[in-house]
Design a protein around this ligand. Sequence first.
Ligand code: 13P
Length: 251
Amino acid sequence: MRKNIIAGNWKMNTTLPEGLALAKGLNEALKGKTLKCDVVIGVPFTHLASIAAAIDTDRIGVAAQNCANNGKGAFTGEVSAAMVASAGATYVIIGHSERRSYYHENDEILKEKVNLALANGLTPIFCIGEALEEREAGKHFEVVDLQVEGALFDLSAGDFGKLVIAYEPVWAIGTGKTATAEQAQEIHAHIRSTLANKYGQTAADNCPILYGGSMNAENAKALVAKPDVDGGLIGGASLSVEKFLPIVEAF
Ligand code: 13P
């Protein structure tokens, strides 16, 4: 059966000392606990190596928040999938709506990133989700289908089997406005059926689909209780152990 995953996305927050303290605090808080989900933290590039060395990475997976769409070479300022893997990351968040909108990442670029992540042994956490106008126009199913098809449907069945998908409606990110558990379930089930049409029911059933967007200690239980919601990608509430831990324990 598919994994349950609670993943933090710290975004561009914390200095290195602050990030190390947060990661070590979480590591301490999880010690001795029996968890019903995998725990991942998505940290800034600059923090990857130090955090991976400071925590029990069998308990907490470390994710980069992005990687380059080229393997190596003259791309000043870029950080490759091989680099983040060599720094101790085992996951990489790809296609976050902030990267799609602020850095103009399109399906072609995201496809390259997913391929490079997989080639370097990283698990992509591939983000999809509609904007408010798209939801209001009733286009949310169509939007997520196009995002999935555009970047993922050239993958082999073997590579598809290594992916994690995160559904993050843009209108719920950082707004305090969460999708209801029913809205999340409805679209997660839809995404899974789209995946099943392409890769078969078993492969779709094995793919974790996380929800992201203002998920917190209060709403996490109802969300993860839904059959097609396999965990969460948490922004703001992943920046403190007190707020993140109850989400990890929501399963
Ligand atoms: P918030 O939890 O802050 O809404 O962010 C969600 C998100 O974008 C995670 O990737």
